[in-house]
Design a protein around this ligand. Structure first.
Ligand code: GLN
Length: 481
């Protein structure tokens, strides 16, 4: 059985002839089959992955011809277009839809010799925090199968957690990479808005969406980010700035200046043990010479409402394209006219949570309510943006919890949408502000579940984030477990 440690070690083992890509892929396929009940994969590209491994093996003896992700086995969330493969956002609406082009991130993986092993389950259209809203059924947390893996990228998190691939891609609109990483005890990185092209990513809320990376080592996340980041003529919101060679910039040369918002730590929803362990970490960082200081942040109570108003508004517009005419599912019922076709198709094709959000979004955009909800939420976003800018004028990073609790049990929150939404308290901030964030698996709760700490950096300063993460995982890995 192949056991993954890091991409650099993989390259060493491949180049000295200890392993072949075919052996590695076969080992993953076997493991995926064994762990099928976790329901992480929607589809496994078995024959194709083996074929690609064979093609790569023909280059085994010429390492200078290898791409940067040679032999790296990757799983992708079911919202990323991979040409000639099904992509469905875990929705009945796209049940038979086949991608007609590659997302830019996917193309870049392929260009660097990665092996895509399958597409991964998630909440429908990336809306959710528990992976209970998928047309393909729930995904189980491999550490405790009675608990959720988090969402919406639950399949991507569990695939890495259960070692069913080396790294995976997810999408993060309000925490969908960082929160499941926290719940599953792995690393989840959401780069700043615009760092990775969104071309070929099925949209949820376009001014928030960003592709993110799950891994078990910071270095792997850095290598994958270096490959998939960068300007793209197909996405005008994608930044033109050059992409640093993250993997070679992993060692911090000085101590960090870190802000924390006391309001985050005093919030009543925060689990006491998470609070205590994170406060201890802050003290340790201070004792180790980092400058860690409180900065007041008075917007905490507004961020979840602002997030849900703005994202549902954008979703109501983005998802209007799924009407039974252009894409995927169309009702087979008798219809009287075009409107009736739309109505019946959308009623049957979308699940409950997606419908809730489309209706909420349509409501906040409607005449009469626009100013009361949408405009107000935009104003809050601007205030948050300005405040964040100020913070980063003085500090390198912000530190806070990733989530208020550890992974909860299936069904625990599924009947109370507001309670589920409130669990996004700490993650949506980064998406509202467009900054980068990572969840680092440093802690273990007395209930047996892991949890992470969330670290945020300014928009295109993922290099600082990765340097800090690298240091923190090395120094504190064992301190809090
Ligand atoms: N849990 C959040 C939501 O349901 C985040 C989703 C995401 O990041 N895709 O909107």
């Amino acid at each position: 059985m192949y056991e993954h440690t890091s991409i650099s070690e993989l390259r060493t083992r491949l180049s000295c002839g200890e392993l072949t890509c075919t052996e590695i892929v076969s080992s993953y396929l076997k493991k995926i089959e064994e762990k099928k009940h976790l329901n992480a994969f929607i589809e496994v590209f078995e024959q194709e992955a083996l074929q690609r491994a064979k093609t790569l093996d023909a280059k085994l003896s010429n390492p200078h011809t290898w791409g940067r992700l040679f032999g790296v086995v990757v799983g992708i969330k079911d919202v990323l277009c991979y040409k000639d493969h099904h992509v469905g956002a875990a929705s009945k609406m796209l049940e038979n839809y086949i991608a007609i082009y590659n997302a830019t991130a996917i193309q870049k993986l392929l260009d660097e010799d990665a092996i895509i092993i399958g597409n991964l389950n998630c909440d429908e259209f990336a809306m959710g925090s528990s992976n209970e809203h998928s047309a393909h059924g729930k995904v189980l947390n491999a550490l405790d199968e009675s608990r959720v893996p988090g969402g919406s990228s639950g399949g991507s998190a569990v695939a890495v957690q259960a070692a069913l691939c080396m790294v995976s891609l997810g999408s993060d609109t309000g925490g969908s990479v960082r929160q499941p990483a926290d719940f599953c005890g792995i690393i989840g990185l959401k780069p700043g808005y615009g760092r990775i092209s969104r071309y070929g990513l099925l949209a949820y809320a376009s001014s928030f969406d960003q592709i993110g990376i799950f891994s078990t080592s910071v270095e792997d996340a850095a290598i994958v980010l270096g490959v998939i980041a960068g300007k793209d003529e197909f996405d005008s919101t994608c930044s033109d700035s050059s992409v640093p060679d993250y993997a070679t910039l992993m060692v911090a040369t000085s101590k960090f200046k870190i802000a924390y918002f006391p309001e985050c730590f005093e919030h009543p929803s925060l689990d006491k043990e998470i609070k205590k362990k994170l406060e201890n970490m802050i003290q340790t960082l201070q004792a180790d010479g980092h400058k860690v200081e409180p900065v007041n942040f008075k917007y905490l109570d507004y961020i979840v409402p602002a997030y849900y108003i703005l994202t549902t508004a954008e979703a109501s517009s983005n998802l209007s394209r799924y009407d039974g005419v252009k894409f995927g599912f169309r009702t087979k019922d008798d219809v009287e006219n075009l409107n009736d076709l739309y109505k019946k198709t959308r009623s049957k094709g979308f699940g409950k949570e997606v419908k809730r959000r489309i209706m909420l979004g349509t409501f906040v955009l409607s005449t009469g309510y626009y100013d009361a909800y949408f405009s107000k939420a935009q104003q809050i976003r601007k205030l948050i943006f300005d405040k964040t800018k100020q913070v980063f004028e003085q500090y390198d990073l912000i530190i806070m919890p990733t989530t208020p609790s550890t992974a909860f049990k299936f069904g625990e929150k599924s009947n109370d949408a507001v309670e589920m939404f409130l669990g996004d308290l700490y993650t949506v901030y980064a998406n509202l502000a467009g900054i980068a964030g990572i969840s680092l698996p440093l802690f273990k709760h007395s209930n047996g579940m892991p949890f992470g700490v969330q670290v945020l950096s300014n928009k295109l300063e993922e290099d600082k984030l990765l340097q800090f993460s690298n240091m923190a995982l090395k120094e504190y890995q064992h301190a809090y477990k």
